[in-house]
Design a protein around this ligand. Sequence first.
Ligand code: NCD
Length: 351
Amino acid sequence: MRHLIDFGDLTRREWDELYARADKIIDAPEKFIDVCRGKVMASLFYEPSTRTNFSFQTAMLRLGGSVFGFADPRSSSVAKGETLKDTIKMVSGYADVIVMRTPWEGAARAASLYSDVPVVNAGDGGHMHPTQTTADLTTITRLRGSVDGLSIGLCGDLKYGRTVHSLIKALAKFKDIRFFLIAPRDLAIPDYLRQFMRENGMPFVEVTGLEPVIPQLDVLYMTRIQRERFVDPLEYERNKGIYILTRSKLARARENLLVMHPLPRVDEIAVDVDDDPRAVYFRQARFGMFARMALLSDLANQPRKTPEPVEIGKGPICHNPICITQTEHYLPPLIRYNGGVKCCAFCDTPL
Ligand code: NCD
């Protein structure tokens, strides 16, 4: 693995190796304190973050490395109109690994075309968030022994929720999982992912009600309605507060259910659930730090490599208004096929 942009790019074997390392780190973190000694991580956060930013920073510090970057792009030259390409070319000259989060979909893929060092996607708009997935899979594997064979409910904003998109990509690599996609019709998963699930033989049902399916689940993955990504504020108003998990709703759930959430939560899990032993979201956040330590111990230690030059584009080929190609016109016109459908290789929008 050179970059981590989309969990779909990882093989099952690469994930198993990454998990094996995360597992060892959780058991004996003191054995890893020098693994990134002398290495430097750049942390470019163009969008708000608490867990992802802090867990990446603490992961690098716990490995003996150091960190620089920004959590507010107004404090960098982006505010003067610098292109992403120039920012990345320069930052990749200073750092051994780049972790970036942006509101633009496909930005991490774009950055990887110009970086001499590995790029990690820490969230690109409503598209993908693969390192949250490393936290999620680590949590399930540590607490349930395996991911195979589980019934998993994904609930909330499945349209804009990038953590769910990455998790679906990852779960294609496991066996015999049954999916319950629980969302209002407005916020159902994007078509390209529905196609992806069909193509990969991932059995799923789409339902709008949470309570009727709770008794069947091994994992309930709650998500926040992603207010900041709605084009129409009325659509947000219609859907906010639609799912609220309470302690009483868990009465009919399995004894060993895992209630997960990438956090931050708004109101979709009532505070009275926190003390239920099945609520594992705070542990999930801590597992995320260990999973990121495992990832950085590999990526930050890779040799520098100048990428092959790419074609210079002439403007966007995709209509997604928040695709990175809308603002960075020099990007090459890359395409890829999802379930036979021609899509933008940056943001996966069908062309
Ligand atoms: C998520 C994100 O940023 O997509 N948070 C996180 O990284 N843990 C989920 C969210 O913001 O709802």
